[in-house]
Design a protein around this ligand. Structure first.
Ligand SMILES: C=C(O[C@@H]1C=C(C(=O)O)C=C[C@H]1O)C(=O)O
Length: 135
């Protein structure tokens, strides 16, 4: 049975003024809150597009690594990226520990994708022995 009364909002019916606070704050506070939230919404949309572009790039790396049987992770590269992002975060007054956690979270996901790409690649070259000989 579907629960139509427990409505979960989705992107198609996004209401930028959705809030559980409406009956707790006066209208002027709510107006200020909504104005700030509209920037938050723009930033969140940008993050999604940026992450989508990043994953498009890392997918290409995944195919390249699979074709040349390279390991999914590259700890030397990751250490350099983390040191750099921590520095950038400090300059930007963002908590460097958070920046590191966030990057590690993304890299973990990328590595899972690379492992899946490598498995698919191995399975496909197993089915076509001449393809694996050429790789
Ligand atoms: C994308 C790569 O693969 C992995 C993922 C990384 C990332 O998401 O930036 C960095 C290093 C690797 O552990 C890469 O080697 O460049």
């Amino acid at each position: 049975m579907t629960q139509h009364n427990l409505h979960t909002p989705d992107a198609d019916d996004y209401d930028p003024s959705a809030s559980s606070l409406a009956d707790q704050v006066d209208q002027s506070v709510m107006a200020e809150l909504l104005s700030i939230r509209s920037s938050i919404d723009n930033i969140d949309a940008t993050l999604v597009y940026l992450l989508a572009e990043r994953f498009k790039a890392t997918q290409k790396v995944g195919f390249l690594k699979a074709a040349h049987r390279l390991p999914a992770g590259d700890p030397g590269r990751e250490a350099a990226q983390i040191a750099r992002l921590r520095r950038l975060a400090e300059d930007a007054h963002l908590d460097p520990a958070f920046a590191e956690k966030f990057l590690n979270f993304i890299i973990g996901e990328v590595i899972r994708h690379h492992e899946a790409i490598a498995e698919d690649h191995e399975a496909a070259s197993g089915q076509h022995p001449q393809a694996s000989a050429l790789a």
